[in-house]
Ligand binder design. Sequence first.
Ligand SMILES: NC(=O)c1ccc[n+]([C@@H]2O[C@H](COP(=O)([O-])OP(=O)(O)OC[C@H]3O[C@@H](n4cnc5c(N)ncnc54)[C@H](OP(=O)(O)O)[C@@H]3O)[C@@H](O)[C@H]2O)c1
Length: 321
Amino acid sequence: MRAVVQDRYGPPEVLRVEDVATPVPTEDQVLLRVRATSINLSDWECLRGSPLYARLGGLRAPACRTLGSDVAGTVEAVGSGVSRFRVGDEVYGDNLDLKGGFAEYAVAPESALAPKPEELTFAEASTIPQAGAIARRGTARVGPGQRLLINGAGGGSGMFAIQLAKSAGAHVTGVDNAGKLDFMRSQGADGVIDYRTEDFTRTGASYDHILDLVAHRSVVACRRALAPGGRYGCVGGPIRTMLAMATFGPVLGRLTRRRMGVLVVPQGPTHFSPLADLCVAGEIAIHIDRTFGLDEVPDALRYVGEGRAQGKVVVTPDGPP
Ligand SMILES: NC(=O)c1ccc[n+]([C@@H]2O[C@H](COP(=O)([O-])OP(=O)(O)OC[C@H]3O[C@@H](n4cnc5c(N)ncnc54)[C@H](OP(=O)(O)O)[C@@H]3O)[C@@H](O)[C@H]2O)c1
């Protein structure tokens, strides 16, 4: 089968398409014919091995030769212990541990997958698992009339988070680069900030919730933007900022009657399927910015990594749908 492989961390140029052996599912795994894999910022981070947490599986060289975790496809074979799926089923899920979605076939644990709703295309379903789980976790405590700021709101998780928070009745401010301000408004953001010209921690405004998808500001700066009783949670960013948020954040939060820290995003279908239900019901919209073929994965990753993508970008091994 054809797969996009990398043997070292680096820019998209380290990637190449190779003919490799089709993986064989173990007892609890499913073999998928991949129909679509969406790109997450975590793919860009694992490609380059930066921030450092992206090297958890392999410090010097990538443990997974093929990236791509948010997969959607058709079941081709199942391990002897698999009971929920059969050959021919259409499934999707977050294969963060094994990855391998930028290929014609991939194996995934049964537990990572859910049946694909027939109302959604493979491309649409592939946008949901990781970004959806992050957005649900990040907006779970947001209520009517509360002010939420989402830093990095123009990407995949942000797209879902803005819409979830708006449907909860919150006032949402989205922060991203100038090219994504209109996109964030189109998703429902009430206010927008271009982070390259304005620092959200220095506008004088304060928020009941801050969801930081790309934490770059210091703990003290983020505390400044948090209203009394407010909550700040980050899910990604440079390791130095994340470590400070994990250690100093909770202490400063407690001392000043706020809550600050790193949000741990749980994986698995129970955490993303509810968002798919909302998409099927037409309550949440999926925006796919661009679709790329397997040979174009380096361009697709660069498009996301360099911050040009609005919403989600999808790779389809069979070419555009
Ligand atoms: N905690 C967990 O379990 C977990 C699991 C998976 C992923 N993650 C993390 O979740 C985060 C969100 O991923 P995603 O797939 O939604 O990313 P995405 O689609 O790439 O969106 C991130 C957005 O942030 C913007 N951005 C970059 N630097 C910024 C800054 N300094 N200030 C404001 N905005 C900035 C990006 O645009 P520009 O680049 O143009 O600026 C982009 O629009 C990532 O940090 C990832 O590491 C966490």
